[in-house]
Write a protein that binds this ligand. Structure first.
Ligand code: 5GP
Ligand code: MN
Length: 330
């Protein structure tokens, strides 16, 4: 596959650093999603192939949805991490717009060289080498090019991980970040052994009953604003408990208010289990750049999918978000 991309130099530099490294620490963001998990496991398996000692680390566990992915033995959570596993020759941040996005995992991010691989437009370019392309569908797409540059064979296991990352971040090729390059990479991954139907089944047809119960409760809170252009739902700790669900299962619920005809901005307010405040998920369909709104609240993300944590109560969080939204042209 030929690579007509702007960042050939960065991939080459990263490849050289990783080849010279013995110990590599790979970091995902807090509450890892399909893209950071797929990119992380794919890169960790690639490093294993090269005989490296690679650890994939995250603050929070992987949701059980991703239990089918290969390479899980390379992943640990911060509570199981030991400082004697280091020091590392290279630390790779994946899908993190800034260092803080890795949460408590940052404490272990001590290495000779920091590599930043990401596709967020808000990325602060915090690495010694930055492979950042907001035009990429996903971090997994960038990891694919990195492994190709390094001439690491894309094994079936690596392909399964990277394909999962791509379909997670593109909503199975539905969102605007889906380009012909995304399909070209996906096609290569399918040729390498990723099975689209099996992976889609794992991601979209293996829901738990508790998720559906929670979804039902969340949808009962649906409210429309700005002449039906903004749709909002909320999820309290009590609702999660009553549904027998978990905070992780709130992922994806924001897609339902967004699916309403005429809605441009969808919001999901989620009370955090640690009591710190409320996590807000922002989605937009085609015009409003929700990453700007999330950034104004101390969060970030992409133009069409962003998030932020707001300290305080549900009512305070809603007040803050709606007062920012009323200033937007929706
Ligand atoms: P979600 O609503 O699924 O939690 O997040 C959507 C997207 O927004 C994520 O893929 C991530 O890019 C971004 N995002 C969510 N929460 C935060 C946050 O607290 N800080 C930053 N910088 N980005 C976030
Ligand atoms: Mn991503």
């Amino acid at each position: 596959m030929t690579m007509s991309v702007a960042w050939r130099e960065e991939t080459t530099q990263i490849g050289e650093v990783l080849r010279q490294s013995e110990k590599v620490l790979i970091l995902e963001h807090e509450k890892p999603d399909g893209d950071s998990i797929g990119a992380g496991l794919g890169l960790a398996l690639g490093m294993l192939f090269l005989g490296k000692n690679a650890i994939l680390l995250s603050q929070d566990p992987h949701p059980s949805t991703y239990d089918f992915l290969p390479g899980r033995h390379l992943h640990i959570v911060v509570s199981d991490m030991k400082s004697e596993y280091g020091p590392f020759d290279a630390v790779v941040f994946l899908d993190c717009a800034d260092r803080a996005r890795a949460g408590a995992a940052v404490e272990f991010a001590k290495g000779d060289i920091v590599i930043n691989i990401d596709h967020h437009v808000t990325n602060s370019m915090f690495g010694d080498i930055n492979l950042v392309d907001p035009g990429a569908s996903s971090t997994s797409e960038l990891v694919f090019y990195l492994l190709k540059t390094m001439q690491v064979p894309i094994t079936r296991n690596i392909a399964i991980c990277l394909y999962t990352g791509i379909i997670s971040d593109t909503g199975a090729f539905r969102y605007e970040n889906t380009t012909s390059r995304t399909f070209a990479v996906a096609s290569h991954l399918v040729d390498a052994g990723a099975d689209p139907s099996r992976i889609a089944n794992q991601l979209y047809e293996c829901r738990t009953a508790s998720f559906l119960l929670l979804l039902g409760k969340a949808l009962q809170t649906l409210s429309l604003h700005h002449d039906g252009k903004v749709a909002s739902v909320e999820i309290t700790r009590e609702m999660i408990r009553d549904a027998g669900s978990s905070f992780q299962e709130t992922d994806g619920i924001v897609d339902y208010p967004r699916s309403i005809e005429g809605v441009e901005v969808a919001l999901c307010f989620k009370e955090r289990p640690d009591g710190i405040g409320v996590d807000v998920s922002f989605r937009s369909k085609c015009r409003v750049d929700v990453s700007k709104i999330a950034e104004a609240l101390g969060g970030g993300g992409h133009p069409r999918a962003a998030g932020a944590t707001i300290t305080g109560s549900m009512e305070e969080a809603k007040d803050k978000v709606f007062s920012l939204l009323s200033k937007e042209q929706i």
